[in-house]
Design a protein around this ligand. Structure first.
Ligand code: G3H
Ligand code: 13P
Ligand code: ZN
Length: 332
């Protein structure tokens, strides 16, 4: 058994308090491999941003949970070596069972999400409460994120055909009865690179899809019901068309890609939204650079030469997010 303090990690409690009062959101970036982790740490150190490094069930299967834990420990040491002691959280993304959450907590995660959003309201409360009781009773308090409302979108383990916006009249009871530290809500974001069907969007003069706006009215009503309580947005990639175009230019097929406009995320980050999850944009950035290098330098076969431009692009993307979208830069 490992406690997260032994790995140099922190939970989200103080970070969220500061983010809510400071009008910014913490970046929550997923990682599965060395290059993603390097890009996250380099970008967050250079922008002096606290960071939440997220591990999904898919990442655990892909990379091995022991390796991931030790990579997180290494990431903290790497940040120190780069000269900035940024707060680092290791968070389980979309935990779906008590057992999985317990396993992560006992192996050194400082924060977990229990995603009971596909259960009934009562079952969601019961499951979330069990995770909270376990997490909060540890010698080192582990923070817990719950979810109310369902995001549409399809992405491996996280899938739903239709979204159900969070009902503001449920949030107070959920937060009180479960004791969660933060709440993920559904206001129109969704997972993956096709966040809306073309028929839900309009098109600009160039035929580019323009998505319907996020439901800020629901967010405001939720904030009125639970003032100052930390809110989380999943599915918050913006799906930059520059990356989509590079991928398509070099043989990829990414029809009907559409994300959440960055101005809307910036607006959300100024509210009680204090954690914004971004994964797909990073996948696009890396894939764009990998396809470009492979096409332009067909003689190259050293993976380091293929992956380092992808890692550099990812770092650039994360720096941009921290500075211009989340507002988390210079907050340590
Ligand atoms: O919300 C899901 C994240 O993007 C993680 O995706 O389950 O494919 O690792 P994954
Ligand atoms: P995106 O697919 O929009 O990047 O969302 C990631 C996410 O919510 C991880 O939990
Ligand atoms: Zn998510």
């Amino acid at each position: 058994m490992t406690s997260y303090t032994e790995l140099g990690l922190v939970n989200t409690v103080e970070l969220f308090k500061k983010a809510v009062s400071g009008g910014y959101a913490l970046p929550a970036y997923n990682f599965n491999n060395l290059e993603q982790l390097q890009a996250i740490i380099q970008a967050c150190v250079e922008t002096k941003s606290p960071v939440i490094m997220q591990v999904s069930s898919g990442a655990r299967k892909y990379a091995n949970q022991n390796l991931l834990k030790n990579m997180a420990k290494g990431a903290v040491e790497y940040a120190n070596e780069l000269g900035c002691d940024i707060p680092v959280v290791l968070h389980l993304d979309h935990g779906d069972t008590l057992e999985l959450c317990k396993d992560c907590i006992e192996s050194g995660f400082s924060s977990v999400m229990i995603d009971g959003s596909h259960h009934s309201f009562e079952e969601n409360i019961a499951l979330t409460k069990k995770v909270v009781e376990f997490a909060h009773s540890r010698k080192d308090y582990v923070s817990v994120e719950g979810e109310l409302g369902i995001l549409a979108g399809v992405e491996d383990d996280v899938s739903s055909e239709h979204s159900h916006y969070t009902q503001p009249d449920e949030v107070e009871e959920f937060v009180k009865k479960t004791g969660v530290d933060s709440l993920a809500i559904s206001i129109g974001t969704s997972h993956g690179r096709t966040k809306f069907k073309p028929e839900q969007c309009t098109r600009d003069a160039n035929g580019v899809l323009i998505p319907p706006p996020l439901r800020f009215d629901i967010l405001e009503e939720i904030e009125r019901r639970i003032p100052g309580f930390p809110i989380v947005l999943h599915g918050s990639s913006s799906v930059p068309m520059d990356y989509v175009h590079i991928i398509e230019k070099f043989g990829g097929k990414l029809k009907d890609s559409v994300g959440i406009p960055e101005e809307q995320l910036r607006r959300a980050a100024k509210s009680a939204v204090c954690k914004i999850n971004i994964d797909s944009d990073g996948r696009l950035a890396m894939t764009a650079m990998i396809r470009k290098i492979l096409a332009e330098q067909p003689e190259e076969f050293d993976p380091r030469k293929i992956l380092s431009p992808a890692r550099d692009e990812l770092k650039k993307l994360y720096m941009h997010k921290n500075i211009n979208v989340l507002g988390s830069a210079n907050r340590v």
